[in-house]
Design a protein around this ligand. Structure first.
Ligand code: FES
Ligand code: FES
Length: 162
């Protein structure tokens, strides 16, 4: 079957088997940030945004995202132009092996889109679906707080200019 979707601002038309899982489609299409952990919806390593909402790509059929906007962490930023969250994770030393980080950043982005000034408890809750086997949770919460405060400041500056 043929599906059409937007991945990181680019339109893709793909011929797929009806049973293709989204995580496989993304990884086979070169989006290596989408990590293959448990394939059971438990670890969160495969988290991407579908129409702006964080979802486990291992639990979705590719056919279910026909016509949708899919964003992976590559769509947020890259080493030359990192997203504020990506910068904050590096600066806070919140990245250890890095396996969980793409999914974690996508969950953090979804949290900050909804709640620009989350408490520690709200950050922990927002990241609770993303397991880290390096147990770097404290620094990851600090990173999300730092990114949130930078995004709020940037928002204020933008507001003043208008
Ligand atoms: S690989 Fe999807 S939740 Fe673990
Ligand atoms: S940094 Fe290693 S699994 Fe999270």
């Amino acid at each position: 079957m043929l599906i059409e979707l937007q991945i990181n601002n680019e339109l893709w038309e793909m011929e797929i088997e009806p049973g293709t899982i989204l995580i496989d489609l993304l990884r086979e299409s070169g989006f290596a940030s989408v990590k293959d952990g448990c394939r059971e919806g438990e670890c969160g390593a495969c988290t991407v945004h579908v129409n702006g909402k964080p979802m486990n790509s291992c639990l979705l059929l590719a056919a279910q995202v026909d016509g949708c906007v899919v964003t992976t962490v590559e769509g947020l930023g890259n080493p030359d132009f990192p997203h504020v969250l990506q910068e904050a994770f590096v600066e806070c030393g919140a990245v250890q092996c890095g396996f969980c980080i793409p999914g974690k950043i996508m969950s953090a982005k979804a949290l900050l889109d909804k709640n620009p000034d989350p408490s520690d408890a709200e950050i922990k809750q927002g990241l609770s679906g993303n397991l880290c086997r390096c147990t770097g949770y404290v620094k990851q919460v600090e990173a999300v707080k730092l990114a949130a405060s930078r995004l709020r400041k940037a928002g204020l500056k933008k507001g003043r200019k208008q």
